[in-house]
Design a protein around this ligand. Structure first.
Ligand SMILES: *[C@@H]1O[C@H](CO)[C@@H](O)[C@H](O)[C@H]1NC(C)=O
Ligand SMILES: *[C@@H]1O[C@H](CO)[C@@H](O)[C@H](O)[C@H]1NC(C)=O
Ligand SMILES: *[C@@H]1O[C@H](CO)[C@@H](O)[C@H](O)[C@H]1NC(C)=O
Ligand SMILES: *[C@@H]1O[C@H](CO)[C@@H](O)[C@H](O)[C@H]1NC(C)=O
Ligand SMILES: *[C@@H]1O[C@H](CO)[C@@H](O)[C@H](O)[C@H]1NC(C)=O
Length: 500
């Protein structure tokens, strides 16, 4: 799963009377426009060996009023089970097929013929996701994305299928800047080659951008600066965007608006966005701060309430939120940290991991502790992470097989010990000097002094430099002394920032 590049250093800015006024006006505007309410869907991931039969899953979806699902392939048993169910499904052409799909129209003709036409329209396929988080796939697939989207679209058109949107979920790490939201921008190296052509394609075909947005990742990496209430959509004072005057009540909305701002900056103010994945793990390793059942219940419960009863995000109040929760089930075959196997709303035996209502009716029955967002849980800003069993090793990158179903799109930079002390020291000196990295935390007595090794200190400094460069390509190299990782580096209890 995934990731957010968002790094919010909450700025302690008193918001002015004017800002407050703007906010109230916006609120009134939102309240008076006849509340178009949003839509909830669920990602039905199947990287597990113990899940119920798809026909049972369809019953489970129905009995919980879940009207939309997203799958990560075009599995025939799933698509057949959904036939006639009135549940709309977003399917996926996996990353592994992107290159072929881009290269050859005959390939997508065949793909559509075998994977879409046999099911559509008795199975309501409403969208095709072309790949998943393609920019963070280690196989350098970005160049194939838009051609593959165009080929699939053309193959659908050949068969007169006009009602299926073609899009592609991007990880939030496609953003170079996400705070404040109004300054949101895409990574410069993605803009010309992919983002502009993709957004043009989405505009031309009347489709929308899919974005995987995980406040959990931002919170986990920055729990000292991000309030848990803000991350979990509980009552809080909000975080003002000093440029727009908007006071954000939740990190999720701030992250969504950062993407809208990035689109606006490229003059795609008219293209809509769907949150193709978001979630919160009910369990995590001891270093996965914030993971836990109570927090997961609150995040998902508050989110569903927000989506079903509120308008759009502050920047697009008239575009109701469309949000796909991740995920339907805990998936026991996923690799990576414990959280990866614990995003589910349901256990494989179909019991709820915690209670989340999916309809307005069900919301009304919810205990106030959850519906009010004032439940007990771990609302002390520390999540459930004890933080005592700190691991020293750098977590491994997600294995290739996992990337398809969302791996952490957030990235960090760490030292490559193999280059030797001299090269590491030179690169460290550069990063902390001319490079402008924040090296205060690795000074004696400070938070990241321990473990006191050259590699740990260099990693901290390289990452600081990399994040300050907005993770631009080439900014994590240092002549081979550094490399990019996609899971949170752990050196003792030192926290590596994901942005500045
Ligand atoms: C990625 O692929 C493009 C061409 O498709 C190539 O120009 C570029 O060098 C590749 N980058 C890496 C890191 O392999
Ligand atoms: C395709 O996307 C557009 C833009 O969001 C939306 O209006 C339309 O309903 C979508 N079509 C389907 C079949 O979901
Ligand atoms: C929510 O909490 C407030 C107090 O903060 C209370 O007055 C209100 O009744 C609660 N709402 C529900 C639905 O329980
Ligand atoms: C919150 O949790 C504490 C300890 O776990 C318990 O004593 C208290 O009654 C709980 N409060 C509510 C409102 O559930
Ligand atoms: C800390 O971890 C221990 C062992 O995993 C657990 O028993 C304890 O409840 C945890 N404390 C908190 C505050 O989460």
């Amino acid at each position: 799963m995934q990731p957010s590049s968002s790094t919010h250093h909450l700025q302690k800015m008193a918001y002015s009377y004017n800002t407050l006024l703007t906010f109230l006006l916006l609120l009134c505007a939102a309240a008076s426009s006849t509340a178009a309410t949003g839509t909830i869907g669920v990602n039905y991931g199947r990287i597990a060996d113990n899940l119920p039969d798809p026909t049972k899953v369809v019953q489970l979806l129905k009995s919980n009023d879940i009207g939309r699902v997203k799958i990560f392939d075009t599995d025939s048993s799933v698509l057949k089970a959904l036939s006639g169910s009135k549940i709309a499904v977003t399917v996926c052409l996996p990353n592994e097929q992107l290159k072929s799909a881009a290269a050859d129209q005959a390939f997508t003709d065949n793909w559509v013929k075998s994977n879409i036409l046999p099911y559509h329209p008795s199975t309501i396929i409403e969208a095709i996701a072309i790949g998943n988080e393609v920019f963070v796939d280690p196989n350098n697939l970005s160049d194939f994305l838009v051609p593959a989207m165009q080929n699939v679209y053309a193959s659908l058109a050949k068969n007169n299928v006009k009602s299926i949107n073609v899009s592609s979920p991007i990880a939030l790490s496609a953003l170079a800047t996400s705070y404040p939201s109004s300054s949101g921008s895409f990574k410069p190296d993605l803009v010309e080659p992919v983002m502009k052509p993709m957004l043009s394609f989405l505009r031309k075909t009347g489709s929308y951008l899919m974005v995987n947005v995980y406040p959990f990742f931002a919170y986990e990496a920055n729990s000292d600066t991000i309030s848990l209430d803000y991350a979990l959509l509980r009552e809080n004072n909000g975080v003002p965007d000093p440029k727009s005057g908007i006071v954000y009540k939740s990190l999720l909305e701030a992250q969504i608006d950062a993407v809208y701002a990035a689109m606006n900056a490229l003059k795609f103010n008219d293209v809509k966005l769907v949150v193709s994945e978001t979630g919160w793990p009910s369990k995590g390793d001891s270093n996965e701060i914030g993971a836990g059942e109570e927090n997961a219940a609150q995040y998902n419960g508050n989110l569903v309430r927000r989506v079903l009863t509120g308008g759009g995000s502050p920047m697009r109040p008239d575009d109701p939120l469309v949000v796909y929760l991740f995920a339907l089930f805990n998936e026991n075959s996923k690799s990576g940290p414990t959280s990866e196997r614990n995003y589910g709303l349901f256990y494989p035996n179909q019991q709820k991991v915690y209670n989340v209502p999916f309809s307005v009716e069900a919301l009304a029955d919810l205990p106030s502790a959850v519906s009010n967002g004032t439940g007990n849980g771990t609302g002390n800003g520390n999540g459930n992470g004890n933080g005592t069993k700190a691991e020293v090793a750098v977590a491994p990158s997600p294995s290739g097989g996992d990337v398809t179903e969302s791996s952490v799109g957030q990235t960090w930079c760490v030292a490559n010990g193999k280059v030797g002390q001299k090269k590491l020291q030179d690169a460290l000196d550069y990063a902390c000097g001319e490079g402008g990295a924040d090296c205060r935390p690795i000074q004696s007595g400070d938070t990241c002094y321990n473990p006191d090794t050259l590699e740990a200190h260099a990693s901290y400094a390289f990452n600081s430099y990399y994040q300050k460069q907005a993770r631009a390509s080439g900014s994590c190299d240092f002549g081979g002394a550094a490399y990019v990782v996609s899971q949170t580096p752990r050196y003792g209890s030192c926290k590596f920032p994901t942005g500045y």
